[in-house]
Ligand binder design. Structure first.
Ligand code: SF4
Length: 493
């Protein structure tokens, strides 16, 4: 039996997860497209990192050919290769394949470099580097420095992406050192656990999502109802632990007197009574602020690790689409405008023109969770100084339609403690939601546009995707207009 680095990290998160992964892989559901996107992005970042080490040798043998990969690595080292990509080393039953190994000039030792498509050091990355250092040194490769190569969040693309500027190296040798002493015991414990016929007992808890979402959540959490004590607003695990200890999972079963915040009290009351909580005066006060004409605005964005266009930073939210419903006077008809990038060029200049052409000089701009749209307007103002003044004035006219829900002026049992438009719209406007739509949430829209950008779709698929994107973004702003009307009715204004 062999442990790979990723299995070891899985075992650190939860022994049960490692056991299930090794014995019951059939329980893993099909990966959602978003996960594939993260995987693809990680792959691209890894390939870009290699460009920072010209002359490096890639050990090509894949995970189905591990003995060959180990032999190829030995041969490359014997042949005097100084830079290795994806070398394969085994020690103590653990296999690692470091992203980059660089021989220290004139010495026997090596520098280990682990590439991450992230901008900050995390504890799990130290564990990642720690197990690699342990295996490499055990296999006869002394490590001088252990480093993380992270994405530089200050990098701004101009022309071809420059791997020297795109990455920053973080030396974590000192941080990874104390982990070394614990590794042999952990590895032994994992092998012993894997040799058992029975799955190890393990309660569900915060470890199911930390540091990664576990593949077996649907299996271990099967008994947890759709709306449970885990959905109590801002409740830490320690807080709900006494409830779990009494096998209380449903919100409505929380006993009176259990310590809760005001919002949580409200949540429990709404669920127990199955009646909405309505602060009519608060809603009426809030709704006084926006002035007609009302512009309901929504952006869709992509945020790839490697910026696709000049002037963008890694992971920068880049709007590619906007939907706008306009209502000139209270109760008046809605007029719809929309804009979608061509997936070939930077979508922002066209989007700026669209906004400036279709949003008049007065009236409020309503967005759901408006801080997001405001952030994008600010960034576009910085990117296109010629239009900065007008874009900033649009930002100043934003009004957040999520506010009444976030501030719990209205809470419906069907919101299930949430205030996202996906949770709020179907409950507030019966018959209107996102169910059955080809694109039904923001991540799917991002993936769809990235697929268009990469030319991965046939002409027919591309047309379908464009229609689905337009329908989705349009549903957001139409839904916002309906929510506004619903709130007006509730506040009787
Ligand atoms: S869902 Fe939680 S308890 Fe179950 S295997 Fe995963 S981490 Fe362990």
């Amino acid at each position: 039996m062999r442990l790979s680095k990723s299995k070891y990290i899985r075992g650190l998160q939860c022994h049960k997860s490692l056991w299930l992964y090794s014995h019951r892989k059939d329980l893993i559901p099909e990966a959602p497209p978003a996960l594939q996107l993260i995987f693809d992005q990680g792959h691209r970042v890894g390939e870009l990192a290699w460009k920072r080490f010209p002359g490096g040798s890639l050990i090509k043998d894949d995970h189905d050919h591990i003995p060959e990969a180990v032999e190829s690595t030995k041969a490359a080292v014997s042949a005097g290769k100084d830079i290795l990509f994806e070398a394969a080393m085994m020690h103590d039953g653990v296999l690692v394949r470091p992203d980059v190994l660089v021989r220290v000039k004139g010495r026997r030792s090596w520098d280990l470099i682990e590439v991450k498509g992230a901008t900050e050091v995390k504890d799990v990355y130290l564990e990642d580097v720690g197990i690699q250092k342990y295996v490499l040194e055990g296999a006869g490769f002394p490590i001088r420095k252990a480093c993380l190569m992270l994405v530089n969040n200050e990098y701004v693309r101009q022309g071809d992406v420059d791997p020297q500027e795109f990455f920053v190296l973080s030396d974590v040798t000192r941080e990874a050192a104390p982990l070394q002493a614990e590794i042999p015991g952990r590895v032994r414990a994992m092998f012993a656990m894997l040799a058992c016929k029975e799955v190890p007992a393990m309660d569900i808890g915060p470890h199911c999502h930390d540091p990664y979402d576990c593949d077996f959540i649907h299996h271990c959490w099967e008994h947890v109802p759709d709306y449970s004590v885990f959905d109590l607003c801002r409740a830490r695990y320690e807080k709900i632990r006494p409830l779990l200890d009494q096998s209380i999972l449903r919100i409505k079963d929380i006993p009176a007197g259990f310590p809760l915040t005001n919002t949580q009290e409200l949540q429990v009351m709404v669920e127990k009574s199955r009646k909405p909580h309505i602060d009519g005066e608060g809603i009426a006060e809030a709704l006084k602020e926006p002035a007609h004409p009302l512009y309901y605005l929504d952006f869709e964005t992509i945020n790839p690790a490697i910026p696709p266009y000049d002037g963008l930073k890694p992971f920068q939210q880049t709007p590619f689409q906007a939907s706008l419903h306009v209502q000139e006077k209270p109760g008046g008809p809605l007029k719809h405008h929309e804009h979608l990038g061509d997936a070939k060029t930077d979508p922002r200049p066209g989007l700026v023109r669209f906004l400036l052409d279709n949003i008049g000089p007065s009236g409020s701009i309503l967005a759901y969770n408006a801080g997001f749209e405001g952030g994008r307007l600010k960034e576009m103002a910085e990117a296109f100084p010629k239009h900065a003044k007008r874009l900033i004035s649009l930002r100043e006219r934003l009004w957040d339609l999520a506010g009444p829900f976030r501030n719990r002026l209205y809470m419906h049992p069907e919101f299930k403690g949430r205030w996202s438009i996906k949770a709020v719209l179907p409950a507030m406007v019966p018959g209107m939601g996102y169910e059955g739509m080809a694109i039904a949430e923001g991540t799917e829209a991002s993936i769809a546009y990235l697929n268009l950008m990469e030319g991965k779709l046939s002409k027919a698929e591309a047309q379908k995707t464009i229609a689905a994107l337009k329908a989705y973004c349009g549903q957001d702003t139409l839904g916002m207009a309906k929510l506004w009307e619903a709130l007006r009715k509730i506040a009787a204004i």
